[in-house]
Design a protein around this ligand. Structure first.
Ligand code: SAH
Ligand code: F3S
Length: 450
């Protein structure tokens, strides 16, 4: 049977989609190739959120088809996911050697389309149409494909986003919000736990909007909190995480869940985007700086040790030095454990792309640099504060760089490296933090709970 190599760009949802595609292909008899050179089929699962991510995948594809033409006749190559959705047929016009372009609602059809291409029944396939119930079609998991994934798994709970932030292409690449049912999600989680998974991360572009039209608020609890409670009931599951919530939908019921549900890890990724009320409005974010700060305060009250992570965009159209100063001051006020900073990138057909006062690239670079410096200084201080403390980690497996070292995560989502062995794999254990590296903690397994 043919072998396939899948390369993934972008977010955790893309990783999850790729994993489901790989599992689906393996079930049909395909094998996973270690490199694109050794593969009969090469698939790039793409990201469109910024131009740089698109260019990376296009350059990669140019390279793959260049080699295929010379050395690998008959190799099938394809684009999947967000860029495939947003550019469709254009991608084949640009790169005529590409055989397959499949949009974000078609991941479950990869095997059937590859069969047709490999059998020579069709020469090219482009499918970016909407498909009902595609949100429930990504179910397969590949737990043994990588040692790390067997302990911790992603579960997709919804697709799409209706928020339409003015900079963001996701509502057009991923479509309207569609949620799976709570029993369906719980059944998938249960199955994963039976297969040895101890930690589940619930995924969606805007999980705070989960099933809000389908499941009424009950006892003050939104559908998403009801889902958390249902997943929390699963025996054998140790840890629950989710990403990404939206500050606008982050109600008191969700804040209280942190204090109430012990399996819910004290870690939150809450995208901020900007600290300026004027820009938040132009971005169509639906909250103010004060509201955001209030939310952080409540979360810290509920869980004082909570790890707080965020996304910030610099150089959004019209961003003045004063707006940027507001972002800096908000970062100082919150003290994020880490922040992902992005230079604003114009996306096709988004309102921000045609807004006046686009910020010159050089200024985006400069602000990126300044914000990064601040964020890193604060983050390093937070890391140093762990030295001498004992923390619980879930051991994921050997570290990629050094096989004698094992890697795990704290409940607040920090990576810990320690001298481990295969018997530690999948264990929840306590380690004492001895020193810190760049965004890493080094621990000593003081007490091992075997
Ligand atoms: N709701 C999703 C957002 C996906 S995009 C989530 O939170 O995972 C991920 C991040 O990319 C956003 O939070 C934003 O900070 C950044 N981003 C989105 N569009 C962008 C653009 N046009 N330019 C630069 N950064 C962008
Ligand atoms: Fe994008 Fe805003 Fe939704 S960032 S994914 S439109 S919440």
């Amino acid at each position: 049977m043919p072998s396939v190599f899948i390369k993934t760009y972008g977010c955790q949802m893309n990783e999850r989609d790729s994993e489901a595609v790989a599992a689906q292909l393996i079930a049909k008899g395909y094998s996973l190739a270690q490199s694109e050179a050794a593969a009969d089929v090469v698939l790039l699962n793409t990201c469109s959120v910024r131009d740089a991510a698109e260019q990376k995948a296009i350059n990669k594809m140019k390279n793959v088809v260049g080699h295929a033409r010379k050395d690998r006749p008959g190799q099938i190559v394809g684009f999947l996911g967000c860029m495939a959705q947003s550019h469709g047929q254009e991608l084949i016009e640009k790169l005529p050697d590409v055989d397959l372009v499949l949009g974000t609602q078609k991941f479950h059809r990869v095997a059937e389309y590859l069969d047709e291409l490999l059998a020579g029944k069709r020469e090219k396939i482009v499918d970016t149409a909407a498909e009902a119930k595609s949100e429930s079609a990504i179910r397969e998991h590949l737990l043994n494909g990588s040692a790390k994934t067997s302990v911790s798994a992603f579960v997709s709970i919804m697709q799409g986003c209706n928020q339409h932030c003015t900079f963001c292409i996701v509502p057009s690449t991923r479509g309207e919000e569609r949620s799976r049912t709570i029993p369906d999600i719980v059944a998938e989680c249960r199955e994963l736990v039976l297969r040895g998974v101890k930690e589940i991360t619930l995924l969606g572009q805007i999980v705070t909007s989960f099933a809000k039209r389908d499941v009424p608020v009950k006892d003050g609890k939104t559908a998403f909190v009801q889902l958390l409670e249902a997943v929390h009931e699963i025996e054998g599951l140790e840890r629950i995480r989710f990403t990404s919530p939206h500050p606008k939908g982050y109600g008191d019921d969700l804040v209280e869940a942190y204090a109430r549900l012990p399996k819910l890890c004290e870690s939150a990724h809450i995208p901020l985007q900007s600290g300026s009320d004027r820009l938040l409005k132009l971005m169509h974010r639906g909250y103010t700086r004060e509201k955001f700060l209030g939310l952080i305060q409540k979360l810290r009250q509920a869980q004082p040790g909570i790890g707080l992570y965020t996304d910030i965009i610099v150089g959004f159209p019209g961003e003045t030095e004063e707006d940027f100063a507001q972002t800096l001051s908000l970062c100082r006020a919150v003290g994020f454990d880490n922040a992902y900073i992005f230079k604003y990138s114009e996306r096709r057909d988004t309102p921000a792309a045609t807004m006046p006062d686009q910020v010159p690239q050089s200024l985006r670079e400069e602000r990126n640099h300044r914000l990064l410096e601040l964020v890193n200084t604060i983050a390093a201080r937070k890391y140093d504060a762990f030295i001498g403390r004992q923390v619980q980690i879930l051991v994921e497996g050997p570290s990629k760089k050094n096989a004698a070292r094992y890697t795990g995560r704290t409940r607040c989502n920090r990576i810990v490296l320690f001298d481990g062995s295969p018997r530690h794999q999948g264990q929840l254990m306590d380690v004492k933090i001895e020193r810190t590296g760049s965004f890493t903690l080094y621990g000593d397994p003081a007490i091992v709970n075997l």
